[in-house]
Design a binder for this molecule. Structure first.
Ligand SMILES: [Zn+2]
Length: 174
């Protein structure tokens, strides 16, 4: 996809107020916290929400993406572009491991947890909706992989990091 295509694509994306998004996300998280018995359950539920969101996003953009990723490591670019289109900002860093089996996406200015400080829920993956979106894209594009939020600014980390891992070829289980 050429530069012109990328720009045209981003202009075609409808915008929503960041405050509206963050406030809605925060209330969604509060609801999950109130209805869950463990941090792991909250993380899992937020990822499930992300998966549904990812399905919708992929359907919406499928017609507009001309160059689908053919190899796992190419999702570094594909998901980087999708993040830019949907968040209006770019990942601070995207790293592909030497064996091309792992991709780490980092945002030092994560728009999801901006302004949020959580000190009493260690292990909470506040921005795990992104992991769910990644999982949906992987599954619907036929890749066996999964993702998780590795670090979170809301919990005191310097950056938010989402890690995407491709399963070994022999692995049959999700
Ligand atoms: Zn975050």
């Amino acid at each position: 996809m050429g530069i012109k295509g990328k720009i045209a694509w981003s202009f075609m994306t409808d915008k929503v107020s960041k405050v509206l998004f963050q406030a809605s996300y925060r209330e969604m998280m509060n609801l999950l916290m109130a209805g869950s018995t463990s941090v792991e359950e909250i993380n899992r539920k937020m990822k499930q929400i992300g998966f549904k969101v990812g399905e919708t996003l992929l359907m919406d953009y499928a017609d507009r993406i001309r160059d689908h990723a053919g190899e796992f490591h190419e999702f570094a670019n594909t998901l980087g572009l999708a993040y830019k289109v949907n968040s209006g900002q770019v990942f601070t860093q995207i790293r592909v491991s030497d064996d091309k089996q792992t991709i780490k996406f980092t945002d030092a200015e994560c728009p999801i947890c901006a302004g949020v400080v959580i000190s009493d829920m260690p292990g909470l993956q506040y921005c795990n909706i992104v992991s769910g979106v990644f999982d949906a894209v992987m599954e619907l594009r036929g890749f066996k992989a999964d993702s998780f939020q590795e670090s979170c600014k809301a919990l005191g980390d310097d950056v938010c990091t989402w890690t995407l891992r491709k399963y070994p070829e022999s692995t049959q289980n999700y």
